[in-house]
Design a protein around this ligand. Structure first.
Ligand code: HEM
Length: 433
């Protein structure tokens, strides 16, 4: 990510032309709004990317378009309403407690862990518990987790050539490896969903109040039909991926930023102690953790997990001074927009207090979209904010984070923005007061 040209952070719109394919990168807020919201119907999700993700995500909501997507969204949205967030909170706290114990052991050993591994573990645990009402400690869960890591490492090699319309550059070996990982994940997920699905069909097993139960109960508003088994597995797979990969990335970068900002960390520790004390956090505490939320917000600005979003133009259309041909890829990059030199004061500086001043209001409105925008906006944004606030507040309440001398993480665009060399931090237990 850091090899992007400085002028990319100043431009309003850029273009790349390859034989037979055109790609436009849009930063101008008016055009972004046009693509993502006002004329979203003319700019569906890129099928080039969907093809690369299909072996894993099938016909899931992340990649479908049009009436098929609308039906899925209508059926799935209720699973993420406020009442479901209340139900998810105990699962989030249980997984966070396990994380704190693991971190405590690492701190006692004097280790300098790659915090990305811990953040991936805790967020995968949370989404697993909220989908299936089980922790991720079982054997099947561990195998899913390992296969996801393999899929994640191969995916960029498939996604970027697909986006540029040069799929022939993809190695058949990588395609084979990604399909193998995807098939393993889907097989394992299907084996977890199957008994619940069959019980549900027999009219049993409705006692669980988890996401799987909500998806099985969902009905197409037009036909009254539920999800079929395969489509249900598609949605569960997508949710497992979308629900932990992004949050893990965001929390990892938050930890990195905090380790390098001792003053902010100390203030956040004070906030966590005042609001939470030594007791178990309650859901209602989350709204009191204002600085924690601003730290997360600022971390999502500097390191948006979804570094770019790809759309396809279905019609030839004007954009600024250009004519964009039908079939072009349109890329909207939160990474560029949220560090744009013309929109944000001190764009590369970590400053969680910036949201309290008026100068940032416009930028927030026009140049901040870590969860996307318009009809395809992230379905799990409130879920992500709740879990991140809880995890970060507990992390700084119980531990002090320091950077590891000489270690400088290198952001790279994979499925989400990760670090090529990990994100190592030193952890020190804080004494209970
Ligand atoms: C910090 C964490 C997260 C970030 C930054 C994030 C970001 C995003 C973005 C940018 C999109 C839109 C992509 C596009 O328009 O091309 C998206 C979509 C989506 N996200 Fe998230 N997400 C996060 C966490 C979650 C969680 C925790 C869940 C579920 C529990 C989730 C579920 C989804 C789903 C289902 C969609 C597809 C919505 C649709 O196409 O209708 N996300 N997310």
């Amino acid at each position: 990510m850091e090899s992007l040209y400085e002028r990319s952070y100043r431009m309003e719109m850029g273009e790349v032309h390859l034989p037979g394919h055109h790609l436009y990168m849009v930063n101008d807020p008016t055009v972004v709004k046009q693509v993502m919201n006002d004329n979203a119907g003319n700019f569906p999700k890129s099928q080039l990317l969907a093809d690369a993700l299909r072996p894993l995500l099938g016909e899931s909501i992340f990649t479908t378009n049009g009436a098929q997507w609308q039906r899925q969204r209508d059926m799935m949205d209720p699973a993420f309403g406020q009442t479901k967030l209340d139900v998810a909170f105990p699962a989030m706290w249980a997984a966070t407690q396990d994380m704190l114990q693991r971190l405590g052991r690492l701190a006692d050993e004097g280790a300098e862990p790659d915090i990305e591994i811990e953040m991936t573990h805790v967020t995968a645990d949370i989404i697993f518990r909220t989908i299936f009402s089980e922790p991720i400690t079982g054997e099947a869960a561990q195998r899913i987790f390992a296969a996801f890591a393999r899929f994640q490492s191969i995916a960029p090699k498939l996604l970027l050539p697909s986006l540029y319309g040069i799929k022939w550059l993809v190695w058949p070996w990588d395609v084979w490896r990604s399909r193998k990982a995807a098939a393993e994940i889907r097989g394992l997920l299907a084996s977890l969903v199957r008994p619940r699905y069959d019980a549900w069909q027999r009219g049993e097993g409705s006692e669980k109040d988890d996401i799987l139960a909500a998806f099985m109960a969902a009905r197409d508003p037009a036909t009254g039909q539920p999800f079929g088994f395969d489509e249900l597995v598609d949605q569960v797979g997508m949710l497992f991926l979308a629900g932990h990969e992004t949050s893990a990335s965001a929390l990892t970068w938050s930890a990195h930023l905090l380790a390098n900002a001792p003053d902010v960390q100390q203030r956040m520790h004070g906030e966590a102690r005042t609001v939470l004390g030594d007791r178990a956090p309650q859901q209602r505490d989350m709204k009191e953790l204002e600085l924690t939320r601003n730290v997360f917000r600022e971390s999502l600005r500097l390191f948006p997990p979804v570094g770019f979003m790809a759309r396809e133009s279905t019609k030839t259309c004007p954009m600024r001074d250009k004519t964009v041909p039908a079939g072009s890829s349109i890329v909207v990059s939160p990474w560029l927009i949220q560090r744009h030199r013309l929109r944000w004061p001190e764009p590369d500086v970590f400053n969680p207090d910036r949201y309290d001043n008026d100068a940032s209001r416009d930028a927030l409105r026009n140049a901040y979209l870590p969860f996307g925008m318009g009809p395809r906006v992230c379905m799990g944004a409130a879920f992500a904010l709740q879990e991140a606030t809880l995890i970060l507040a507990c992390l700084v309440r119980d531990f002090r984070l320091e950077p590891v001398a000489g270690h400088v993480p290198e952001p790279v665009g994979r499925l989400t923005i990760r670090s090529a060399n990990g994100v190592r931090v030193k952890l020190f237990r804080r004494p209970a007061v």
